[in-house]
Design a protein around this ligand. Structure first.
Ligand SMILES: *[C@@H]1O[C@H](CO)[C@@H](O)[C@H](O)[C@H]1NC(C)=O
Ligand SMILES: *[C@@H]1O[C@H](CO)[C@@H](O)[C@H](O)[C@H]1NC(C)=O
Length: 448
């Protein structure tokens, strides 16, 4: 009997420690949804209705064609037309851009006078994102964030809550500690090139029921849950917000979002979460480290509105001390192309509720743990169900025992014609394609 009690005590203790160390993503709990759905006031409900239309419009009825386009431009770049300049190393040749998104702007020594050119460079599902292109520049001069309702001119919060398109840049290096979530409005670019901009140790960025946002060239880390309160979300409105989730970037019912060359680590909840019917998103050239649940695409098994979710994850480096969810998907169509997965502790790509996952030309280096070699993870489902989910691995390179469990039909209905070469061994190019992932140290007057 004594033995039994000790065993029971041990069991309870281990359940408690497990539960606290492996806390589930906040967004996946029932309480979260009950609380948040009830708390939307008329204003946010109105914005939700408009965003729903915009998100539907941003959805592509032929996702295979879009993903095929990106792959063929990668293969053309790698294989070239007899020229192989882009395969050169860091020190050889003037142009250091190694993938088609970067090639579009990085070799221009005059990039600082051509900043809005960046908006023409996005590929994949977020390809129609223009951010603040065509709008004036807004120069952030003040890193402070003291007034949530009447933000001071010159601060990032003042910039992102203005109406109309704005291309937001930074006067100098700065550390921005957000006191509450930074609620962005539509048609904005946050462009950290030329300055060392850290958004850290405070609340994160919220992209909710809006469209057309570019976030480029900043570092985002140590993001925490913050208490909420009255927060401005546009020039004409502020309102009460509940506690923020502690995501680095939270994309909520939004479309046309491009996140590029961002370095992120160690946030309380997800590094990037995209939920509630968000779509037309590209996450590229970014570097992620030190995090458990990296990316969540779709938070609720009950929310089939995420069927319109279409996301491209390209040329990123999933690096040290990452655990799982790179990404974890529900319902949508996710194209994971030419990323370098060098570390994971549990699994790399997972999901539930029949998401389509096309994994193409990635490099997966398995962890040494013999029980964590599988790249993929299907949750809450038996094989008789998931065997029909389309999860395909095409030309991925697997190393150190990593393996991708495929399911569903092979990919056939899309233009493969220009991709002959990439079929050879594209995963082997990933080191080169992602060499410059993360925030770049761009200096004015020289190529980045
Ligand atoms: C694919 O790329 C071509 C050439 O750049 C473009 O004309 C076409 O619209 C693209 N297709 C899609 C679905 O984006
Ligand atoms: C964003 O920009 C587009 C194109 O210029 C415009 O049609 C739209 O009304 C803008 N949206 C907002 C919310 O300002």
């Amino acid at each position: 009997m004594v033995q039994f009690n000790i065993w029971l005590l041990f069991l309870c203790l281990s359940i408690v420690t497990l539960a606290t160390t492996l806390h589930a993503n906040l967004l996946e709990s029932e309480e979260y949804w009950e609380k948040h759905v009830v708390e939307f006031d008329e204003y946010w409900k109105g914005r939700a209705r408009i965003a729903e239309q915009d998100n539907k419009a941003a959805y592509s009825s032929d996702p295979y064609a879009v993903s095929g386009n990106l792959t063929s431009s990668v293969s053309e770049l790698l294989v070239g037309k007899g020229e192989r300049r882009n395969l050169m190393g860091r020190n050889k040749g003037p142009c250091m851009a190694t993938n088609p998104i970067d090639r579009c702007w990085r070799c221009d020594p005059n990039w600082a006078n051509n900043r809005q050119k960046l908006a023409d460079c996005v590929q994949g599902f977020g390809r129609n994102t223009r951010g603040g292109k065509g709008g004036p520049f807004y120069i952030v001069t003040d890193p402070s964030d003291n007034d949530m309702v009447t933000p001071k001119p010159g601060t990032l919060r003042h910039a992102v809550t203005r109406n109309g398109p704005l291309w937001i840049i930074f006067a100098h290096n700065m550390m921005i500690y957000l006191k509450q979530e930074l609620i962005m409005s539509s048609n904005k670019t946050i462009d950290g090139r030329g300055a060392d901009v850290h958004i850290a140790n405070g609340a994160g960025i919220t992209i909710q029921y809006i469209k057309n946002v570019i976030i480029h060239g900043v570092k985002i880390y140590n993001i925490q849950v913050h208490g909420g309160g009255l927060i401005r979300d546009s020039e004409d409105h502020y309102g009460f917000r509940t506690q923020s989730d502690g995501d680095g970037i939270s994309i909520f019912g939004a479309s046309n979002v491009w996140i590029d060359h961002v370095s992120m680590k160690n946030c309380y909840d997800g590094l990037i979460d995209a939920i509630m019917g968000s779509t037309a998103i590209t996450i590229s050239n970014s570097h992620f480290t030190d995090h458990n649940e990296v990316m969540l695409f779709g938070a609720s098994d009950g929310y089939s509105g995420d069927k319109i979710m279409q996301i491209t994850v390209a040329f990123n480096h999933f690096g040290k001390r990452l655990v799982q969810r790179m990404p974890r998907c529900r319902f949508g169509f996710i194209h994971v192309v030419n990323n370098d997965y060098t570390h994971w502790e549990m699994y790399a790509i997972g999901g539930s509720q029949n998401p389509t996952i096309i994994s193409e030309g990635n490099r997966f280096i398995g962890p040494n743990n013999i029980n964590a070699k599988q790249i993929t993870k299907r949750e809450y489902v038996t094989e008789s169900v998931w065997k029909n989910w389309q999860w395909r691995s095409i030309n991925d390179e697997v190393m150190n025992g990593a393996y991708f469990v495929q399911s569903g039909p092979e990919l056939k209905n899309r233009p493969f014609s220009r991709m002959d070469m990439i079929k050879a061994k594209p995963g082997t190019y990933v080191g080169r394609l992602t060499r410059y992932a993360g925030k770049l140290a761009c200096r004015i007057g020289t190529p980045c």
